[in-house]
Unconditional design. Structure first.
Lengths: 115, 114
């Protein structure tokens, strides 16, 4: 079974600075998808960014980018120019590329943004 | 589109009572998922449907839990009888088959069983 590990329970960053959240996963599959979700205090789960395993190019979405290292099974999220609104719980998630549409989540990293 | 709609947003019930959580997925999405979130266990998949058919219910904790999807626009998660350890946030999410799309989540139902 696939597992997703987020080794940083909590992180903090100064406003306007850059922070990187770590995620590793374990799988024997070659075709899969990886995601980062944000959960602010409102508890709404918001998709931040996605990465297809077959793509070598790292995904970017405005201030959010990933460092996808397939061989190392690592998928970190970089947030540039951090804003107060970025404060939230961040979850890394894995989905198989096959017929199983289950999303497996890590335990999450709580990000605090200091003014 | 209004997104995935869950009701109620909060539910407080007494132990032993029946609880029904409701979900309306995004129109056109053919996958529907029920997740439970707790501090101890994080986000756990309970069950998911494809085209209204249950595909994987291995995450349903026990027989007290049941889920149905009578049509493409409605699903329920029922707990009978409820217990204090069922207290959690329950999320519904939907997705469509093709592409690398993640799920779209509802805003969740916070269930408290006293």
């Amino acid at each position: 079974a696939q597992t997703v590990t987020q080794s940083q329970p909590e992180m903090s960053v100064q406003e306007a600075e850059t922070v990187t959240l770590s995620c590793t996963y374990d799988t024997s599959e070659s075709d899969y998808y990886l995601f980062w979700y944000k959960q602010p205090p409102s508890r709404q789960m918001i998709l931040v960014i996605r990465q297809e395993a077959y793509k070598q190019q790292n995904a970017t979405e405005n201030r959010f980018s990933v460092n996808f290292q397939k061989a190392a099974k690592s998928f970190s999220l970089k947030i540039s120019d951090s804003q107060l609104g970025d404060a939230a719980m961040y979850f890394c998630a894995y989905r198989s590329g096959g017929s199983n549409y289950k999303l497996t989540f890590g335990k999450g990293t709580l990000l605090t943004v200091n003014p | 589109d209004a997104g995935v709609i869950q009701s109620p947003r909060h539910e407080v019930t007494e132990m032993g009572q029946e609880v029904t959580l409701r979900c309306k997925p995004i129109s056109g999405h053919d996958y529907l998922f029920w997740y439970r979130q707790t501090m101890m266990r994080g986000l756990e998949l309970l069950i998911y449907f494809n085209n209204n058919v249950p595909i994987d219910d291995s995450g349903m904790p026990e027989d007290r839990f049941s889920a149905k999807m009578p049509n493409a626009s409605f699903s329920t998660l029922k707990i009978q009888p409820s217990e204090p350890r069922d207290s959690a946030v329950y999320f519904c999410a939907s997705s469509f088959l093709f592409g690398a799309g993640g799920y779209t989540f509802g805003s969740g139902t916070r269930l408290t069983v006293v």
